[in-house]
Ligand binder design. Structure first.
Ligand code: BG6
Length: 369
């Protein structure tokens, strides 16, 4: 059942090309238009949505953060993302024009379920992005968009995360199509790029040795920081979470722009800092800003380990190690940039002799509040 891998986690990391591919499968008609039949929510109702709130916990919440960037950009519908357990207790503003999008691998996380129930009581429409057929959250939601990652056994989520992000992109593009927000050709171009992602993930997996070697060399690190910007920010948070969960190393993910507002005080000689570098082809000169952040931490003695787009040689001179990932549209980058960070955490934890499938104190699905 582990397909020859030592652990479920390694198997699931390697299942990711298929998880993304299967989540994309069968979601367009012959003319290339998105069809999300299974949504069970009236198209007219979806057209009237004035606000989206994404609710989730843990890794799924980082998928939700990625969703916010993409859905807002493509649909111009305001999107909030909130940890499900915080949402319920803050007297949130919701009505029948609010679409609640829950994200959950198991569909059984109690915090997320309770938040969805609360939102329903307040009159919101609810849509579940979920990996488990017939589980409680999709059963109690008005609509469901299943991820097709297959069963995820390792406690720390990997392939479900990429599948959740993929499903969120599909939802965003579908809403944009429905509301006439984007040209059909534009949507088709993005879908075509999404279909190329599985092959690109495979390229990263085929070059995993470089990442595993670094992980082994860094097994004694007491603390690792992760920086990212835009969609690279949730990727940084997820990279840090994986390292905490699996390797019990103190790790934090920051928005790179926040560095000078506090976190830079943590930088001292030898501090490892992962930096998720935006595409140099992206908008708003984000790339240049992140390269400056790398220089800032380096100037204070940090070891910068960068995840950058293939061909982006501008980071090489400032990095102790660069992991190159294939190019794609800036918004789709998390589907690639996350993978080296997963491999890194898994390899480092294995090097320390930890049980990567069942980390201490954690449960795959937390069914208590
Ligand atoms: C945590 C798991 O307890 O629950 C994480 O350890 C997971 O891996 C989180 O991301 C949310 O779970 P789910 O099933 O709602 O996606």
């Amino acid at each position: 059942e582990k397909d020859g891998y030592d652990t479920f986690m390694e198997k699931e990391i390697n299942d990711q090309p298929k998880a993304v591919e299967d989540t994309l499968l069968g979601r367009t008609d012959a003319s290339g238009r998105l069809i999300l039949d299974e949504l069970r929510i009236d198209a007219e109702e979806l057209k009237g949505i004035a606000k989206i709130i994404v609710l989730a916990c843990g890794t799924a919440a980082y998928a939700g953060m990625v969703a916010k960037y993409a859905i807002e950009h493509w649909t111009r519908i305001p999107v909030e993302v909130e940890l499900a357990h915080e949402f319920r207790y803050r007297d949130p503003i919701i009505d029948e024009n609010t679409l609640i999008v829950s994200v959950s691998q198991s569909g059984e996380t109690m915090d997320t379920l309770m938040a969805v129930r609360y939102a329903k009581e307040q009159g919101a429409r609810t849509l579940a992005i979920c990996n488990t057929n017939g589980s409680t959250i999709p059963r109690e939601s008005d609509a469901v968009l299943y991820t097709h990652a297959g069963p995820e056994i390792a406690v720390a989520s990997t392939k479900a995360f990429l599948a959740q992000i993929t499903a969120a992109y599909l939802l965003g593009l579908y809403l944009a199509q429905l509301r006439g927000q984007m040209f059909t050709g534009e949507i088709q171009d993005i879908l075509a790029d999404l279909h190329k992602i599985p092959g690109k993930i495979q390229q990263i997996l085929d070059n995993a040795d470089q990442i595993k070697d670094l992980a082994r060399a860094m097994a004694d690190s007491p603390s690792v920081l992760f920086l990212g910007r835009h969609v690279g920010y949730p990727v940084a948070m997820e990279g840090a979470l994986k390292l905490k969960e699996l390797a019990y190393i103190h790790a934090e993910g920051f928005a790179a722009g926040e560095l000078k507002h506090g976190p830079i005080a943590l930088i001292e000689d030898g501090q490892p800092v992962f930096v998720v570098v935006p595409s140099p082809r992206g908008r708003d000169s984000l790339h240049g800003k992140v390269v400056s952040n790398i220089q800032e931490v380096r100037a204070r003695g940090a070891n910068a380990i960068t995840v950058a787009e293939e061909g982006d040689d501008s980071v090489t001179e400032f990095s102790s190690t660069v992991f190159f990932v294939p190019e794609t549209q800036p918004l789709l980058m998390p589907l690639l940039a996350t993978v080296p960070l997963q491999i890194f955490a898994c390899a480092l934890a294995s090097e320390k002799g930890y049980d990567v499938d069942q980390p201490r104190n954690l449960a795959k699905s937390v069914t208590v509040e």
